[in-house]
Design a protein around this ligand. Structure first.
Ligand code: NAD
Ligand code: UDP
Ligand code: UDP
Length: 321
């Protein structure tokens, strides 16, 4: 149609949890989406419902190899996010955060595309300041078992900022805090999916440590709103910007809430705390509120209800198959 232009958007890691939600939302907004994934933790199943959409294209590709495509915007989400997965091949994790990011930045430089980098609250490590503002430089063990991810993502931020300074790239760096919702994989290994699956099966709920450590969980729909608002915000606003829920809970409280909402007969069992597991985490989201007018709308309990319903259906389907 003359005069009608569809924005071409590359989503790397588009078959993962956040990526698949993002692809769907961008298609709903009338964009042309190229989804790139190497299926390390994500799968085709996550985007199966999009496969016949005329403006959706799926490409199997590892971003650690160069990629040539003509796009207007890049959301770089490719990277395993669950500690179990990113620690299963730590060298690959760092490569994806460094070499993979260099390729996406090279692509942005050549095409002039704007690039959104999915960074993480893990750049703050085991924080000594609470809640964490973007100005805090963090407390990361550079040789620990989480370092492949924490240091990888820190280096990715450095690269994105240096390409901005050196090559005038248009950049958007988001520090994402714990996010959950429908679409998570039952074997993802992160706490919300583990607890819900265990509760629905009336199996023991595995708390690592004593459960006094805290996290702040954001519902996926709120997070995707933040991504899109940020990408479309003025070029001067480049971040890094925290995105997450300020509602902090202990892991024990989370377990109790999930047991209550699922009316489960599961007992709670305590397992060893993994090395370098952060004790406390809560985002300071004043920057996102001010610049994006964003804050999460969905409460933890409402989000958990949606997620429980999703896993309930998924587990029932698996049983009857
Ligand atoms: P996920 O593991 O579900 O998705 C990651 C996707 O990236 C998967 O589909 C995987 O196959 C793909 N991938 C991994 N390495 C790749 C490579 N080298 N080339 C191409 N594809 C590759 O994780 P998620 O929760 O959807 O996280 C998405 C992004 O958001 C990640 O960058 C993660 O670090 C960041 N993040 C997520 C959270 C969260 O709570 N979900 C929190 C902080 C940061
Ligand atoms: N690159 C890519 N796609 C492109 C352009 C570049 O994958 O469309 C890769 C390229 O192979 C290089 C990296 O991005 O390895 C960084 O590109 P840049 O132009 O910054 O560096 P140079 O090519 O000058 O080393
Ligand atoms: N956790 C737990 N039981 C599980 C999985 C995770 O107690 O079955 C704990 C984990 O030790 C951490 C918190 O829950 O303290 C959040 O873990 P997750 O892997 O979801 O995310 P991250 O540690 O990266 O914030």
């Amino acid at each position: 149609m003359a005069g009608y232009y569809k924005k071409r958007i590359l989503v790397t890691g588009g078959c993962g949890f956040l990526g698949s939600h993002l692809c769907e939302r961008l298609l709903d907004r009338g964009c042309d989406v190229l989804c790139v994934d190497n299926f390390f933790t994500g799968s085709r199943d996550n985007v199966l419902h999009l496969k016949d959409h005329p403006y959706f294209e799926l490409m199997r590709h590892d971003i650690n190899l160069p990629l040539y495509a003509e796009v207007d915007e890049i959301y770089n989400l490719a990277c395993p996010a669950s500690p179990v997965h990113y620690q299963s091949d730590p060298v690959q994790t760092t490569k994806t955060c460094v070499i993979g990011v260099i390729h996406m930045l090279g692509l942005a430089k050549r095409t002039g595309a704007k690039i959104f980098q999915a960074s993480t609250s893990e750049v703050y490590g085991d924080p000594r300041i609470h809640p964490q503002p973007e100005t805090y430089w963090g407390n990361v063990n550079p040789v620990g078992s989480r370092a492949c991810y924490d240091e990888g993502k820190r280096c990715a931020e450095t690269l994105v900022f240096d390409y901005h300074r050196q090559n005038r790239l248009r950049i958007k760096v988001a520090r994402i805090f714990n996010t959950f919702g429908p679409g998570m994989h039952p074997d993802d290994g992160r706490v919300v999916s583990n607890f819900i699956v265990q509760a629905l099966k009336n199996q023991p709920i595995t708390i690592y440590g004593h459960g006094a450590q805290t996290r702040s969980f954001c519902y996926v729909d709120d997070m995707i709103d933040a991504f899109i608002l940020f990408m479309n915000s003025p070029d001067e606003f480049i971040g890094p910007v925290n995105m997450g829920s300020p509602a902090e809970v202990s892991i024990l409280e989370l377990a109790e809430t999930i047991i209550r909402l699922t009316r489960s007969r599961s007992e709670i069992v305590f397992r060893p705390l993994p090395a370098d597991d952060p004790e406390q985490r809560q985002p300071d989201i004043r920057l996102a509120r001010t610049h994006l007018g964003w804050s999460p709308k969905i409460s933890l309990e409402d989000g958990l209800r949606q997620t429980i319903a999703y896993f309930d259906t998924l587990l029932t389907e698996r049983q009857t198959r």
